[in-house]
Design a protein around this ligand. Sequence first.
Ligand code: QUE
Length: 337
Amino acid sequence: MAEEYINFSQKNDTGIIKLNRPKALNALNYDMAEIFLKKLNEWDLENSIKRVLVYGEGNAFCAGGDVKNLFLSSNKNNLKEIFFQKEYTLNNAINEFKKDYLSIWNGIVMGGGVGLSMYGKYRVATQNTKFAMPESAIGFFPDVGASYFLSKLNRGVGLFLSLTGFAINARDVMDLGLATHYSDADKIEEIKKNYIQTGNIENTSKYPELDSIIDKNKNFIEDIFQNNLINIFYQLKNSKDEFGKKIYSHLLTRCPMSLAISIELLNNAKSKSLKECLEMEYQLCQHMVYRNDFDNGVDAVLVSKTHKPKWSPSSIENINFDEVDKMFEPHVEKLYL
Ligand code: QUE
């Protein structure tokens, strides 16, 4: 089953990984993560492999972890524990992989998909790239090491992306240094072929001619997304700016506890390594996936699709910040990455 959802092959001295679950936007499940990790460890030691290429079938690179399945199997097994152990271990293994590693971002790259690509050497964006950490929509938080790289961006932008889950395009991921290359989508087959044959990424790269909502509102984002949650909401609520108003009503739909957790997470992550961030996120996720907000969020977005989740607490005014602090205290066995 997992072999259908993820294919491994070797051409010349390139190891090729195709995420092949297009009906689920290539969402990563436990079995896929397990054989991905096993293959990567094998290829790290295999002399005939000089580099790795990762891409997705269809119009997504990868939309995230298979949270729908976590929800459906809910408290019947230990999947909520072992899935994240496997996924974060894989994220760390990609970071420690010694050979070149190229991911093709020709479509949706969200959540778990970010973790499969960000720590490799190269990421090619196209005009189809849609990059987001959207977990505040499902009562979760930016994980797979996102606290590491988002906390190292300008604070305003990192926090803006974490709280809103806003999807950014190829121009944004180039501006923010999240992608390493840009190419038109119709040159992607050529780029893959050339990388497989030579290890080079052909310089078809040019700067993407795309509008950027982030760039247009850069000063606003940097001004507002600096403070604590109460202050950010207060400023957005009173904003005369059209963008500010839109972001305010958007944030009112997101999980209040996710928002509070994400701010604290990014603050804590600022001085941490990727490994330390993954360990922190693992402790945190083992609280968050057992809260009702997670089940209600996943159900509302991915299962019954009502898009009207009921959050508890229902607004940021009712957040108990002592409870937020407590969630960061170690309470389960570490990953020992
Ligand atoms: C927020 C999320 C996720 C999401 C949507 C959100 C997420 C995720 C998926 C997803 C999408 C399509 C699938 C699938 C999962 O959507 O993490 O299995 O087929 O994995 O608003 O965090």
